[in-house]
Design a protein around this ligand. Structure first.
Ligand code: FE2
Length: 283
């Protein structure tokens, strides 16, 4: 079953409003709506006229947000040799449908593989590695939120000679620090890290070269049609800037592999992600 798109249009509105430090009343005042109209939108009731007023106040792409609310599009399922997504349920109180992704990458003609984040549970990942007779060499963390490291022990205990890496700004017991721009090589693949912080202080993406298409494992920096939440206004601006400078500047056919929701591409996110109006032909 395809992985469902992580965020709804109201999630995007909420993340942008929080990121800009705007409460409901401020949003109502700036968009010439009543408090109740804003409340209704934020609770997920689609009202195109109201959405058209609110989107520009939040610097969101209006038409992209309307498409998102109408659920007119979903991304093609990404299947390229040497890249496998494991989508595992991670129920959190209040978010019972929540799932988290981990990714396995290897050159299709080679046996050495690396994993990015652990998922909530590593059973399917470890079974796949065994079936394909792959040898797991490294585990890279995009950030250390609990849902992304939940199966750390299960993976490290099952794999001999495994090196583990975490962003230098997010130390994790037993893992070596990764700095922005660090390179890693394995037969047929090269990996380079990029700082894509904002959602967390050390959030790191990993660019993979050597597969059919360039791939970026992005953690919660960017989602299909959305992005990870931020706690402060500075962190929100940082997240927007990191994504512009480190991810959305890549070639359009670059596959983006997020920690939640389906994979997407740079081209699709430039066209459709409401947080980035500057790439849209019509806003
Ligand atoms: Fe996260």
């Amino acid at each position: 079953m395809p992985i469902r798109i992580e965020d709804t249009f109201e999630d995007v509105l909420m993340k942008a409003a929080t990121g800009l430090g705007m409460g409901k009343q401020a949003l109502a005042d700036a968009s010439a709506l009543t408090h109740d109209e804003v409340d209704t939108l934020l609770s997920g009731t689609f009202d195109e006229a109201a959405l058209r007023k609110v989107a520009p106040v939040l610097n969101l792409a209006t038409n992209a947000l309307i498409d998102m609310a109408q659920q007119t599009w979903r991304p093609n399922v990404v299947e390229i040799p040497g890249l496998k997504c494991f989508n595992t349920p991670h129920p959190v109180t209040g978010y019972l449908e929540m799932t988290v992704n981990s990714y396995l990458a290897w050159h299709p003609k080679q046996k050495e593989a690396v994993v990015f984040d652990t998922g909530a549970n590593a059973a399917a990942l470890l079974q796949y590695i065994q079936e394909k007779k792959l040898s797991l060499k490294a585990l890279f963390l995009t950030h250390t939120h609990p849902d992304h490291v939940a199966a750390y022990d299960a993976i490290t205990q099952a794999s001999k000679d495994l090196r583990t890496y975490t962003p230098e700004r997010e130390p994790f017991a037993g893992a070596k620090a990764v700095r922005p721009g660090d390179h890693f090589e394995l037969p047929g693949l090269s990996i380079v890290s990029r700082l894509t912080n904002g959602h967390t202080t050390g959030g790191t993406s990993y660019l993979i070269h050597g597969l059919e298409q360039p791939v970026a494992i992005v953690g919660d920096a960017l989602f299909c049609l959305s992005q990870g939440g931020t706690k402060t206004e500075a962190a929100y601006q940082q997240a927007l800037e990191s994504n512009r400078n480190e991810l959305l500047n890549r070639a359009d056919h670059t596959i983006l592999c997020p920690g939640h929701g389906p994979c997407t591409t740079v081209g699709e996110e430039k066209r459709r992600n409401p947080f980035y109006p500057e790439f849209k032909k019509s806003r």
